[in-house]
Design a protein around this ligand. Sequence first.
Ligand code: LIP
Length: 276
Amino acid sequence: MGDVFQECMDHCVEVAKKAGEMIREALRSDISVMQKSSPVDLVTETDQKVEQLIIASIKEKFPTHSFIGEESVAAGAPSVLTDNPTWIIDPIDGTTNFVHRFPFVSVSIGFAVKKEIEFGMVYSCIEDKMYTARKGKGAFCNGVPIKVSGQEDINQSMVLTEMGFKKDPEHFQTMLANIRTILTIPVHGIRSPGSAAINMCLVACGSADAYYHMGIHCWDMAGGAAVVTEAGGVIMDISGGPFDLMSRRLIVASSKVVAERIARAVTEFDVGRDDV
Ligand code: LIP
């Protein structure tokens, strides 16, 4: 496919900038909030409009490509990754942050070919930070190269995770117990910025040393996975095995030793898959 990928990536950055402008504009007006699967699973008109804008713009330029978009899947579209070039889109990663005007809100887009991520982009649109990465070509924030901290000592690590309400009481207890286990290793601290994609970029630029999560989706992970990998980070499954984009869980870290330490510390719970 040669440098069609670069063309795709340039277009991705352009459309994400437009999406970011739309999100910033929406933050200046009233935000109407709707519920999805539960009172803490939110969607706004802006999520839907931004996704439509992104998909329409990409479809016009690359009509044969496939899409997996958070809001399209919520509306019944399939969430299956095929070999076809596929854009994996989260129009607003951090919707709860957006609703509260908590300033970590991103547009996340990953581009996969034959199920391998070729490039990723995360636009933290309130901070105006554009993270980009293409396979084998490094990771950047606003055009400046970034890299992970390289931290190998878990005791000196800043760890990110998210604390969502879990309907299954056993899952909820396990999530809280995992936080306790990590804190008592001990680590320097745990933070929850509220956007999976931004969390991965924080590890990518060395502001945090690790991030783990069970229960997110491929659209939360695809863009950031490219960024953190190209920044020299390690990405793996929560079990310590290979990362699987459709598995709804991951660990990213500044080093293999930190990622493996987290894998040993956390207890898994079943979160299902995106593609079943
Ligand atoms: C969100 C993630 C966040 C997680 C939420 C949700 P959304 O994505 O980025 O880290 O805690 O459960 O998945 O729904 O705002 O795109």
